[in-house]
Design a protein around this ligand. Structure first.
Ligand SMILES: C[S@@+](CC[C@H](N)C(=O)[O-])C[C@H]1O[C@@H](n2cnc3c(N)ncnc32)[C@H](O)[C@@H]1O
Length: 359
């Protein structure tokens, strides 16, 4: 199927009020999609679920603040200029519909999204890789759109109601990154953050963080990217899929997390340039290898931080490097002592993501 021609078929599935044969109808339609159409469908349906929740909230807020009756078609038409622009192909249906009508589309979107994932996982490694890389490229564009809309609203003193933060988390199912594997786990080191059972989804960077970092880093072809404390490998997998020309290494000392990340890289056929290794970064005999970019999502004990940062400083004395921090890790590079050693941070996502460059 050529580009865009999946859209009428997807619209038909979204607007179906009752499937005659469920899930057969969905599967039959998806079977006619090529791998790129499937990736578009995954992203469109995931986006729709968040977008329709936002439309419902926005409709409610406007209803509270207005004495006039709100004409749904007019109200929704405006949203297609900005927040709903990624699914503009659905505008006629939405304009003719009602809130209940599009809520039905949202329920169908969840079913379609799950069916796409099921189908993608049955594909060859090569297809799964293309599916995932295509989806990530589209997702990256959507996060960039969200960023631009947020900034435009901020200038007007307004808040963007649409949030895509966890919208694409079902990619974990595509990659089989089952963070619930931590269940029952006993921490190898007492009181070490995020190692214990129940650390939950917060143990991983959001896909938004990973694709945003990648968009603004401008990694050089042939460069090396190291994730220090790589968890289930989300970041490494995103970098590996979107930048097959970059070598990725992740170090992590919880063995089952490394196992899950490694399996994902193998299933996606990116394991030639993406490697995950079991390693305690605080081990005195471990030397962090040379790389161009190091990623740290707040995770370490003081001892580990000291050990890691002193090695990064040694590396920075030999070559220019970039440290990417997510969350509180930034503060380790902003102490009075460290501040002189790095550029002041380039901040993204309100400082949740920072780039520190060596001088
Ligand atoms: C917050 S998670 C971040 C995971 C991944 N970088 C991401 O952003 O999705 C931090 C990880 O660092 C690991 N970690 C903590 N201390 C470590 C150490 N001394 N050596 C290796 N890994 C460590 C934890 O087990 C955890 O999986």
């Amino acid at each position: 199927m050529a580009n865009n021609s999946y859209k009428p078929a997807l619209q038909k599935l979204l607007t179906e009020t009752k499937f005659v044969d469920f899930p057969g109808d969905i599967e039959k339609t998806l079977a006619t999609f090529d791998i790129s159409d499937l990736a578009h469908t995954f992203v469109d349906t995931a986006f729709l679920v968040s977008a329709i929740t936002f439309v419902g909230e926005e409709r409610w807020i406007q209803g509270q603040n207005s004495t006039k009756e709100i004409v749904f078609a007019k109200f929704i038409k405006k949203l297609f200029k900005e927040e709903l622009s990624p699914v503009r192909f659905l505008h006629e249906f939405f304009e003719e519909s009602s809130l209940e009508g599009i809520a039905q589309a949202s329920r169908n979107a969840v079913l379609i999204e799950d069916a796409v994932i099921k189908l993608a996982r049955r594909k060859t490694k090569e297809d799964l890789r293309v599916f995932s890389a295509t989806a990530l490229k589209l997702i990256s564009e959507l996060f960039e759109l969200e960023h631009q809309l947020t900034m435009a609203k901020q200038e007007l003193g307004l808040h963007l109601g649409l949030s895509l933060y966890r919208t694409f988390d079902k990619l974990d199912v595509v990659f089989n990154l089952d963070y619930l594997a931590d269940k029952g786990m006993v921490s190898p080191v007492e009181n070490t953050e995020r190692l214990y059972e129940g650390a939950g989804v917060g143990v991983q960077s959001g896909y938004s963080t990973a694709v945003t970092a990648l968009r603004y880093l401008n990694l050089k072809k042939g460069s090396r990217f190291i994730d220090l404390g790589s968890g289930y490998g989300r970041v490494g997998i995103v970098v590996g899929l979107m930048r097959p020309d970059v070598e990725v290494i992740g170090y992590e000392y919880v063995p089952h997390r490394v196992q899950i990340a490694t399996k994902a890289a193998q299933n996606l056929d990116i394991d030639k340039h993406v490697t995950f290794l079991v390693q305690d970064l605080s081990a005195p005999d471990f030397k962090i290898p040379l790389a161009d970019t190091y990623y740290i999502y707040d995770s370490f004990s003081d001892n580990t931080y000291n050990h890691v940062i002193s090695q990064l400083l040694e590396i920075a004395a030999q070559r220019k490097i970039t440290i990417v921090t997510k969350g509180n890790a930034r503060f380790r590079f902003e102490t009075p002592e460290q501040r002189t050693k790095w550029s002041s941070p380039q901040e993204l996502d309100n400082g949740n993501l920072c780039f520190f460059r060596s001088h």
